[in-house]
Design a protein around this ligand. Structure first.
Ligand code: ZN
Length: 221
């Protein structure tokens, strides 16, 4: 008798779990399905965090320039690199098209793309980064989905810059630079430059991060 009751109870709780799961899945943003992106190992809270990051990206609109027009003309590379003028709607589409899956994995870095769109994010991404850092990290990783992945090179001998977020690291020893101006650091920098130029999110942070990102682009002399 009690055995039957336990079985019924187990079946009920299973149904309850399935129902809850269906509820949460249907509450998710439609773009995961539209872009066939598989989410795995992430808590509901982490999925919501990712969604708010992508929604924030999507809501970016250039508005009025907050820097000198000639400076913008000289340093802006967004359109040349991404293939469309800076705007959050197209940019979020560009990002989502380069993600096949996002899984939870604790890594020392903010996010990893194992090439061809397998993204991994860990606690560092969810708890230790600003909204702006989340955005540029995803854009950086997305560029690794293109072509041969645009692998980094070791930063040159005598490299004068530091990683402010990873103080234990000596960049002279790390594959944390790009040999040409088409790689992930250039895309990250081009995005940050537009945020700075239009005064979006945190203009000061965007400016500092732009300087830091562009320092990683070291074409051979
Ligand atoms: Zn990279």
């Amino acid at each position: 008798m009690s055995m039957i009751r336990i079985t019924i109870l187990a079946a009920c709780s299973f149904l309850l779990l399935v129902t809850l799961d269906l509820d949460t899945v249907s509450a998710r943003e439609p773009y995961w399905e539209e872009h066939h992106i598989e989410l795995s190992g992430l808590t509901e809270e982490q999925v919501l965090g990712l969604e708010s990051t992508i929604n924030q990206l999507r809501s970016l609109e250039p508005g009025e320039l907050k820097i000198n027009r000639s400076l913008h003309g000289r340093l802006s590379r967004f359109k040349e690199l991404f293939g469309f003028p800076f705007n959050g709607k197209d940019l979020s589409g560009w990002l989502l098209a380069r993600i096949r899956s996002i899984s939870y994995q604790n890594t020392w870095t903010v996010a990893v793309n194992q090439n061809q769109g397998s993204f991994m994010v860990g606690d560092f991404f969810f708890t230790k980064t600003t909204p702006l850092e989340k955005l540029y990290a995803l854009i950086h990783e997305a560029r690794h989905s293109d072509n041969d992945g645009y692998k980094h090179i070791r930063c040159p001998d005598g490299f004068k810059y530091i990683s402010s977020r990873q103080p234990e690291m000596d960049l002279e020893q790390e594959a944390a630079c790009d040999a040409n101006d088409q790689g992930a650091y250039s895309f990250q920098a081009a995005f940050l430059f537009e945020l700075f130029a239009y005064g979006l999110l945190d203009q000061g942070e965007a400016g500092l991060l732009y300087n830091s990102s562009i320092s990683r682009v070291v074409p051979p002399k």
